[in-house]
Design a protein. Structure first.
Length: 178
């Protein structure tokens, strides 16, 4: 049979403990005032898929356990480390002081197109995903080391936050693993 679909038992899934013990991708996801519980859950699943180091939930972003987060996260809230921070700005300052490179994912003047953003070896990165309507807060964009824009060529120039996160995390994962 050509291209037979794999059964769940063939996926070589690791346990939550193995995930916790695994070397992580040096990437942090910061959710800045995300409203949708489904988006939050989807980001947890993406973070689990690519061994992301940590997720920070900031401002109005809801926290696990919540049934609507759990419904989309499918247990990833148990594997991916996360922390709540009331102030995104205070978190950005703290992480910058720890040497983390901060990148807002936003459409902004002088933004670097995602395909042109280059990572450096031994550098930890944090990407900030913003509110579904308002985006990343301007003060956070201004405090970032870089602003990365996902190139879009259609009429909307708008992606769902969970889709944006998946695109950015996959791209950076590939670059960081080289």
């Amino acid at each position: 049979m050509k291209n037979r679909k794999l059964k769940n038992s063939e996926l070589k899934r690791i346990t939550t403990q193995t995930f916790k013990d695994s070397e992580k991708t040096p990437l942090i996801i910061i959710l800045d005032n995300i409203r949708s519980l489904n988006n939050i859950g989807s980001v947890f699943r993406t973070a689990d898929a690519f061994l992301i180091e940590k997720i920070y939930l900031c401002g109005i972003t809801a926290q696990p356990p919540h049934k609507d987060i759990q419904k989309t996260a499918l247990g990833a809230t148990d594997s991916v480390p996360w922390e709540y921070a009331e102030s995104t700005m205070e978190l950005v300052i703290k992480l910058k002081n720890e040497g983390v490179y901060i990148a807002s994912i936003e459409q902004a003047e002088d933004a670097i197109s995602l395909e042109n953003f280059n990572t450096k070896p031994h550098q930890k990165y944090a990407v900030i995903m913003g509110h579904e309507v308002k985006g990343v807060q301007q003060e956070i964009v201004s405090a970032s080391d870089a602003v990365i824009e996902i190139p879009q060529y259609g009429t909307k120039h708008s992606l769902n936050i969970s889709v944006s996160c998946g695109v950015v995390v996959w791209d950076l994962f590939c670059k960081l693993k080289k």
